[in-house]
Design a protein around this ligand. Sequence first.
Ligand code: AMP
Ligand code: MN
Ligand code: MN
Length: 324
Amino acid sequence: MKASLDRVVERLKAARRALVIGHVRPDGDAIGSVAALTLILRWLGKEAEGCIPDPVPWFYREIPGTRVLRSVEELRGREFDTTVVVDTSSLSRIGTAAELLSGQEPDVVIDHHVTNTGFGALNFCDPSYAAVALIVHEIGKRLVEYDRELAELLLLGLATDTGFFKYGNVDAQVFEAAAELTRQGASIQPIASAVLEHRTPNTMRLLVEMLSTLQLEAGGQLAYAYVSADMLRRTGCSEEDTEGFVGELRAIHGVEVAVLFSEWPEGEVHVSLRSKSYADVSRVALAFGGGGHPRAAGCTLKVARLAAAIPPIVAAARRLLEGG
Ligand code: AMP
Ligand code: MN
Ligand code: MN
């Protein structure tokens, strides 16, 4: 059922033992929103846990509030009367955390993806919010006093989903919320440093290898490249080290659509799609069983080799640029 924010707030207030879940391959919005909502519920006197189904990339752990996050293993066997899924467009995106729902639909879904399937008992999904962290902020400011840790988690989500305040989803509401969170003690510098300045020498070697696979098509409007399992092994990197790589492809002058193919986990190829100003890449992701936003979307293909994934996606991206 489509719900108003008031309904969601009432449902959260009725919780006693709550579980908040984010998506696999977590980004700053999933991490910040899950941890922040968990803290908000705890301050309301509830037993609350926050779960991220995949390992949280190490550099996000520099943000102190992320210590509340738990893995699926750590929460196995626990009982909850209220389950909340955030920043997630479909149930398959919570991966192994599905087992914590014990076969029930989530009680509340809070999201901002255009491709959201409405898989909860109560669904609040509004793509006009640049980040789910903004929605959690709307909820939080009605219910609790913020401390620095909570404000920082929300600023983390807001900053990462807006590309640190430079994407097309940045509007006055985004800056107003950022100012509110800054007044409440959050500081953008440690967040920017953790998220944007964490590349290790090995990651830089992987970036060089990725850039050496760069292809440009459609008169330079389409850029794509890949990270193979072999490249990860050779450079001693894991998939989380590729965070931000697709942004390097989009940063090329004249590129509208950027695509990064990553051979990970084994037997699958993850496709990250980004656009700069007008192309709706969520349409390509959706056509291949994924989802996302107009300017940032993704899908995961169950194919063992990059060679099987690249041609169909590149063809679809070309058609998108041709207006098809
Ligand atoms: P990524 O390229 O993995 O950083 O993902 C970019 C955006 O697309 C995010 O908003 C994700 O939530 C969404 N997304 C990525 N992969 C998938 C997928 N397999 N299914 C649905 N949405 C996805
Ligand atoms: Mn996300
Ligand atoms: Mn988000």
